[in-house]
Design a protein around this ligand. Structure first.
Ligand code: MOS
Length: 739
């Protein structure tokens, strides 16, 4: 089915099942421990061997030798795999890392060897006995220094979303009566998902099966085939449950390559999980940025110029962090300029992490907006509303399909009691605590991708949905079941959903907040076909029957749905593809975040007291799972604002705090009451579902809202994330000295 005209009324609009806050259908499996994650599968008729990955002990250089005799003579050790016996390996298409170094090392903890043994403990003991001779070379580990020789991305090509200028930014900025020009920095961050990367690999002749933890099965097959140099048809990936990904499990990482190689070379089924201490430097992370924001405005608060330059670094072939994306869409302003610079670093590879680009870009832009509002003596909510635009700021011919940014800000301000905020910083105290409120806008693209699905109707009236879509804790199982139930006119407990297996019809997986909208639209297309088959069985004209309460009817003729499958299961498969609507309209999601913090007067400890997100993201397929996405994202935003930082050792070239003791993320005690308002909204330009994604929107802007609240509480402006208490402490001493 091709979607190329805005959707009219359809079966989804009945909203008997879709749009309801239904508990997740995979919940009982998860809470009772029966959902099988990658490392837990019992593979019939095989006794698996265990692989243990050894990470490089240097950041850049060459491996001279890996001494293996001691390891190989250990009881239980089956083999050692290194680049010299692994066979040729290429890179995948998404990540730059070769995933098994040798002889060259590209970054610290890059996989250099896999020890395979009968037990996990034997493999680990063997790994400890490997002795590696390295020749180190000088590397580039300091983003600020590397920035001097950074390259500007795609200059002069506005359509690439990298470097562009509209009108004359420099002139416009120079002549603006009110100006802001500041630098903001964001640190390297880690996904720190709960479930470590893990794979069980098994070969049957030329056929490779991997039970793994991958967000995008289709990319996984493509990249694994490329790396191993085998036909993608010979690969089957199974990833039915994923214990968190946040972009860190987009496609193939070292566990799956290592397990596949180890299984091939030993002839055994091999299981590998990355030990937690390897994950931070071995896999990918959100790269650090240094961003310069310039805003020029008239005295009435109209933005006349907006400029955003951003530097990030990566290993060779790695990509830049697209921090400027939101700046290009969010606010009006005649003179505009965005520029991305990419520096060469020999740190671990930077890549996608939840709302890649927007999350770190908005950490900067939305503090800059707060600072500008203060310069103009305007309320920060009013200043944002004043500069809203209903057409794309770079191209007035492109209108937003729907854009309720102003409504999000107004609804949030009212609900949060924004009017009680002190207009002056450091204007509110409560005992030893300084109180402050902050706001930030949110924007995130709403991409939608081709997705296929198959639906089967049994003579018991059970509808089974099959697609290789994944559920990374987001609720895919549930919203897909709701979609099929709505389309076929049955209750949700009559739907079985099978996901996360590359032998099923291809989906775009879970990424870029496109999963919910894309996968349910694919299921919609398959169900339209199944409905036609059912109608045919009953002798109805296609598209004329009503499907409801388990019955199919035209006028006074009514049959049980299950009867259509009396002489055998009915099977339909289709995919939803897309025409030009996403070119015609700017399709985005919007929101507003409100935060109240308390900062201790003496210790400068920051406690978040209240949080509110107002989100506008098309039809909400399930308010319960959508809200969970948003509160999870808000929690991640608290981490980004106050705690999360991979600390770079610029001498050795690695992230020092590579475990969950040193890399701090929020715990329950850090998170206050979180309120989420989902603004009623349909976007018929997206798909027949009229839905958009929300999983990344919930994160964008949160950290800046916290930073702005800290400023409102203390009068101290911190422009370097995370806002740890020592930064406020130091600045407040300076403040007092200056006074
Ligand atoms: Mo995402 S960071 O595109 O999973």
């Amino acid at each position: 089915m091709k979607f190329d005209k805005p959707a009219g009324k359809n079966a989804i609009d009945q909203l008997k099942v879709v749009g309801k806050p239904i508990d997740r259908i995979d919940g009982p499996l998860k809470t009772t421990g029966r959902a099988t994650y990658a490392y837990e599968h019992q593979i019939a008729e095989t006794k698996p061997a265990y692989g243990y990955i050894v990470g490089a002990g240097i950041a850049k250089g060459r491996i001279e030798a890996i001494h293996q005799t001691a390891a190989k003579s250990l009881p239980g050790v089956i083999g050692v795999i290194t680049a010299s016996n692994a066979g040729p390996l290429k890179t995948g298409r998404f990540y730059a890392d070769r995933l098994l170094a040798g002889p060259d090392v590209d970054h610290y903890h890059q996989a250099i060897a896999i020890v395979v043994a009968e037990s996990f403990e034997q493999a680990r003991a063997g790994a400890a006995l490997l002795r590696v001779d390295y020749v180190k070379s000088k590397g580039s580990f300091d983003l600020k220094k590397a920035g001097a020789s950074a390259t500007i991305l795609n200059p002069g090509r506005p359509s690439t979303a990298a470097t562009a200028e509209v009108s004359s930014f420099e002139d416009g900025f120079k002549s603006a009566p009110f100006k802001l020009d500041e630098i903001y920095t964001t640190p390297d961050q880690s996904h720190a998902m709960m479930e470590p990367h893990a794979t069980i690999a098994k070969w049957d002749g030329e056929k490779l099966t991997c039970w793994c933890s991958i967000q995008q099965i289709n990319w996984g097959v493509r990249d694994l085939a490329n790396i191993l140099g085998i036909d993608p048809k010979n690969i089957r990936l199974i990833s039915a449950f994923i214990g968190g990904g946040f972009g860190g499990k987009g496609t193939v990482l070292s566990d799956i390559v290592a397990a596949s190689l180890a299984a091939r070379l030993t002839g055994r089924t091999v299981k590998i999980t990355l030990q937690r201490t390897l994950m931070f430097n071995n896999t990918i992370h959100r790269p650090a940025t240094i961003q310069r924001l310039r805003i020029g405005a008239d005295a009435d608060g109209t933005i006349t110029s907006i400029g955003h330059e951003s530097l990030s670094g990566n290993i060779p072939r790695g990509f830049a962090e697209y921090t400027t994306t939101s700046t290009r869409t969010l606010y009006a302003g005649k003179n505009r300029m965005t520029q991305l610079k990419l520096a060469l670093l020999n740190l671990p590879e930077g890549a996608a992490m939840r709302a890649p680009g927007e999350a770190s870009g908005m950490m900067a832009l939305e503090i800059a907006m707060d600072e500008m509002a203060a310069k103009l003596k305007m309320d920060p909510v009013e200043f944002r509303i004043k500069n809203d635009t209903q057409v794309h700021p770079e191209n007035p011919k492109r209108t937003f399909s729907t854009r309720l940014l102003v409504e999000c800000l107004q609804t949030g301000a009212k609900k949060f009691k924004w009017e009680s905020r002190s207009k002056q910083p450091r204007g509110k105290e409560e005992g030893d605590w300084l109180l402050g409120m902050g706001v930030a806008s949110a924007v995130r693209g709403a991409p939608i991708m081709k997705c296929a699905a198959r639906v089967r109707l049994s003579n018991k009236g059970i509808v089974t949905v099959e697609t290789d879509m994944t559920d990374i804790g987001t609720g895919s199982y549930t919203i897909i079941a709701q979609t099929a139930a709505e389309m076929m006119g049955i209750e949700i407990n009559k739907v079985v959903v099978k996901l996360g297996d590359s032998s099923l019809p291809e989906s775009p997986g879970s990424a870029g907040q496109w999963g919910a909208a894309s996968s349910t639209s694919g299921v919609y297309a398959a169900c339209v076909k199944l409905r036609e088959k059912v109608e045919q069985m009953f002798g109805f004209e296609p598209g004329t029957a009503e499907f409801s309460d388990g019955k199919v009817s035209v006028k006074n003729k009514k049959y049980s749905l299950s009867k259509a499958a009396d002489s055998g299961e009915l099977i339909s498969e289709d995919e939803m593809t897309y025409g030009e609507l996403s070119r015609e309209f700017a399709q985005d999601t919007f929101g507003a975040h409100f935060v109240e913090v308390a900062v201790n007067k003496y210790s400068c400890e920051i406690r978040v007291r209240r949080m509110l997100a107002v989100c506008h993201a098309g039809r909400i397929l399930n308010p319960k799972t959508a809200r969970s996405q948003v509160i999870g994202a808000m929690t991640m935003g608290v981490g980004a604002a106050l705690m999360e930082e991979l600390v770079v050792d610029t001498n050795v070239g690695f992230f020092v705090n590579h475990d969950l003791a040193g890399y701090e993320v929020p715990v329950h005690a850090d998170i206050p009451h979180q309120d989420v308002i989902l603004l009623e909204d349909l976007d018929p330009t997206m798909s027949p579902m009229k839905a958009k994604g929300i999983g990344e929107l919930g994160l964008v802007g949160v950290a800046a809202a916290i930073a702005n609240a800290v400023y409102n509480a203390t009068g101290v402006r911190i422009r370097e994330y995370p806002i740890s208490l020592h930064k406020i402490l130091e600045s407040s001493y300076n403040l007092e000295e200056n006074n």
